[in-house]
Design a protein around this ligand. Structure first.
Ligand SMILES: Nc1ncnc2c1ncn2[C@@H]1O[C@H](COP(=O)(O)OP(=O)(O)O)[C@@H](O)[C@H]1O
Ligand SMILES: O=c1ccn([C@@H]2O[C@H](COP(=O)(O)OP(=O)(O)O)[C@@H](O)[C@H]2O)c(=O)[nH]1
Ligand SMILES: [Mg+2]
Length: 222
């Protein structure tokens, strides 16, 4: 059986991004990372943030899915990672994210489900030169996350109990340390995500308005 690297990434894959992506840094952009376990409601809330505050919503899971659909050379590796609940190597993920940001007309991004491990975080900082304005952490119990995923009914290959267990393991072992890293920097806004989608979004709005007041229009153009 294939082993999982400590950081949750598939060990056998070493992908070099094409060099056609400009390495211009993305400073000057507003970037908010939305993190939480699988099923905590990241995509649901990011869609609301995009609509309400005019952000561009970038889901790394969706970017990977789109890459599979283009029948690129990475398709099989991405699908295998997804089925096994493993993380796709950072260089590919960062390349897809960077392309999507550069193609967008928007300069305000809400990034859904990234960075998922320390390697992702370091790659985003060193390669894209982005650091988040803040990190929204959707805090939800394991029991509730499992319940939501098993009822998601979107035909996803990873919403079965065996893959869910693996994704939760990756979340606790690899993503929580990233949240703790940003937390130690005082950059995490923790939201009780156990409540209804509407209640969760009300709490998120409060965070945005509070930060807008604090930083003014220069950092948070809402
Ligand atoms: N606050 C909530 N309460 C109950 N169900 C929710 C809530 N937020 C999202 N859901 C549902 O739970 C499932 C997982 O939500 P999703 O936003 O896809 O989570 P994530 O992107 O974190 O995996 C979806 O079916 C969604 O409709
Ligand atoms: O930065 C990322 C984000 C996602 N994924 C892969 O894409 C899958 C689905 O991610 P998504 O964010 O769609 O899942 P969610 O947490 O929303 O259920 C993950 O399990 C990983 O295999 C990844 O490798 N790196
Ligand atoms: Mg999602």
């Amino acid at each position: 059986m294939e082993t999982m690297a400590k950081d949750g990434a598939a060990q056998e894959a070493t992908v070099t991004p094409n060099k056609d992506v400009s390495e211009d840094n993305l400073k000057g952009y507003t970037v908010i990372y939305v993190l939480g376990g699988p099923g905590s409601g990241k995509s649901t809330q990011c869609a609301k943030i995009a609509t309400y505050f005019g952000f561009c919503h970038l889901s790394v899971g969706d970017l990977l899915e789109a890459e599979v659909e283009t029948r690129s050379e990475y398709g099989k590796m991405i699908e295998d990672c997804k089925k096994e609940g493993k993380l796709v190597p950072s260089d590919l993920v960062v390349k897809l994210l960077q392309q999507a940001m550069q193609r967008s007309q928007n300069k305000k991004f809400v990034i859904d489900g990234f960075p998922r491990n320390e390697e992702n975080r370091a790659a985003a900082e060193s390669f894209m030169k982005i650091e988040p304005d803040f990190v929204l952490f959707l805090d939800c119990s394991e029991e509730e996350m499992k319940r939501r995923l098993l009822n998601r009914n979107q035909g996803r290959v990873d919403d079965n109990i065996s893959t869910i267990q693996k994704r939760l393991k990756v979340y606790f072992e690899c993503t929580l340390p990233v949240i703790n890293y940003y937390s130690a920097e005082g950059n995490v806004r923790k939201i009780d995500a156990e409540r209804s989608p509407e209640e969760v979004f009300e709490a998120i709005k409060d965070v945005f308005f509070e930060l807008k007041e604090k930083h003014g229009e220069t950092r948070m153009t809402l």
